[in-house]
Design a protein around this ligand. Structure first.
Ligand SMILES: *[C@@H]1O[C@H](CO)[C@@H](O)[C@H](O)[C@H]1NC(C)=O
Ligand SMILES: *[C@@H]1O[C@H](CO)[C@@H](O)[C@H](O)[C@H]1NC(C)=O
Ligand SMILES: *[C@@H]1O[C@H](CO)[C@@H](O)[C@H](O)[C@H]1NC(C)=O
Length: 398
């Protein structure tokens, strides 16, 4: 009897020791030091990600220069429109300009404000806001054209949507795509460009054919005469050295907007197109430049952008790379008088083409991005972010 109870006591002790050992081993193997994957697995097991993305909803709060639809075809777009009409890779979104599209303003995932106009005067702001939703600062005009003081809107916006490359949603007038891969190359902070083809190693038959008729030097189409960048003075100074034909209300020539002949002239008559911006602001490059790229004409650019982030190398002439107007004019004359030099500016056409995306594709993708859902982002000082991006001085002297 005694022996038996001693045996069962030993057995019990043994069991306890084994049990304790097992717990120890379990603890050690599951400790974060030894089993890091286990932490992730445990988390994923208890928080199964929902693979079917829910639709995100976007409300256009104000109009875009009077256009309630922001150039979209209809008032309200569903996921099918995002996919089939806008060709968005991430398309599970709906968008409307009707404030009552959803029963409550706080239900929208994003509310887009067009900031060019002083909207609090024209249109009240949403009375309530949810901490989950993003207020979007949308603007395509440069700071000089922003008719809106932004000091009332500190700590108001969560996302920016503009031509600036440091915007959350970059909204360029156009972009360049690689023809072979279809990949979007620029604008981008660090674009990867192919090297220009060597002079004389190829021919552009269209340029060869147009060359004999291209007898005029530079064309400039302009409607705002006095600008912050003083481009009008640069053009005038250039006119002292080369022939510059000025079309529009600031010049002596006219060509009706929409007249196809005006566009044709760029191919058939002129060698250079002046794409001078009205302000010298970071990343500010307008549709005029992209318009010129559709023709066999070399754009002469003047602006605040770093153009290598927008255009292929050796596809344009940047006025700000020159010390003064004489040097720029001299270079233009040199290029204009040498067919193979002139033609060499069109090498990129074999590799790149222009493309256009709706900014709402990118907005939709951002609203679905996991990082967006777990992040709070606020622009504390939108005024400084926006207005600090311009300068008044240019490199070229004129
Ligand atoms: C312009 O952008 C390119 C590409 O990001 C960069 O390498 C270069 O340093 C920039 N130039 C200037 C003047 O900032
Ligand atoms: C390009 O055209 C010029 C003039 O027609 C011709 O002399 C030259 O050999 C051509 N070059 C190539 C690479 O085809
Ligand atoms: C947006 O900003 C507001 C404050 O300005 C903040 O309360 C809210 O959490 C932010 N929302 C997101 C989604 O970052």
């Amino acid at each position: 009897m005694r022996l038996q109870s001693r045996w069962s006591f030993t057995l019990l002790l043994l069991c306890l020791i084994v049990f304790g050992l097992l717990i120890g081993v379990y603890k050690i193997t599951n400790s974060p030091l030894l089993n890091q994957n286990g932490i992730l697995r445990d988390y994923l097991d208890s928080n199964k990600p929902d693979n079917r993305p829910a639709t995100r909803s976007i409300l256009l709060w104000s109009s875009f220069f009077g256009d309630e639809r922001w150039k979209l075809p209809v008032d309200t777009l569903g996921p099918q429109d995002f996919r089939d009409n806008l060709n968005c890779p991430v398309y599970q979104c709906e968008l409307s300009n009707r404030h009552d599209y959803l029963p409550d303003l706080e239900l929208y995932d994003a509310i887009v404000f067009h900031v060019a106009q002083p909207f609090p005067l024209l249109q009240p702001l949403p009375p309530r806001r949810s901490s989950q939703q993003a207020y979007v600062f949308a603007l395509m005009e440069p700071p000089g054209e922003t008719k809106h003081r932004l000091n009332d809107e500190q700590n108001f916006y969560n996302l920016t949507m503009s031509y600036r490359l440091d915007s959350d949603i970059v909204w360029p007038y156009s972009h360049l795509m690689d023809q072979e891969t279809g990949a979007r190359v620029a604008p981008s902070l660090q674009p990867y460009w192919r090297q220009p083809l060597a002079l004389g190693s190829w021919n552009d038959s269209k340029v060869l054919q147009l060359w004999p008729k291209k007898t005029k030097m530079a064309a400039w189409f302009v409607s705002h005469c006095k600008t912050l960048s003083k481009r009008e003075e640069l053009a005038k100074a250039l006119q002292q050295h080369i022939e510059v034909d000025i079309y529009g209300s600031c010049g002596s020539l006219s060509c009706a907007r929409g007249d196809p002949h005006c566009d044709d002239m760029l191919d058939t008559d002129y060698k250079f197109y002046l794409a001078f911006e009205n302000s010298l602001c970071v990343d500010y490059v307008t549709e005029k430049l992209y318009g010129a790229l559709q023709h066999r004409i070399i754009p002469v650019v003047f602006g605040g952008a770093n153009y290598t982030r927008f255009l292929p190398p050796h596809s344009y002439i940047d006025a700000n790379r020159f010390e003064n107007v004489e040097q720029l004019a001299m270079h233009l004359r040199y290029v204009a008088n040498d067919l193979s030099e002139y033609m060499s500016y069109f090498w990129w056409r074999q590799y790149y083409k222009l493309g256009h995306d709706s900014p709402f594709c990118e907005l939709c993708a951002q609203l679905h991005h996991p990082s967006f859902q777990h992040r709070t982002q606020i622009y504390e000082d939108i005024e400084a972010w926006w207005f600090n991006s311009c300068r008044l001085e240019s490199h070229i002297r004129f």
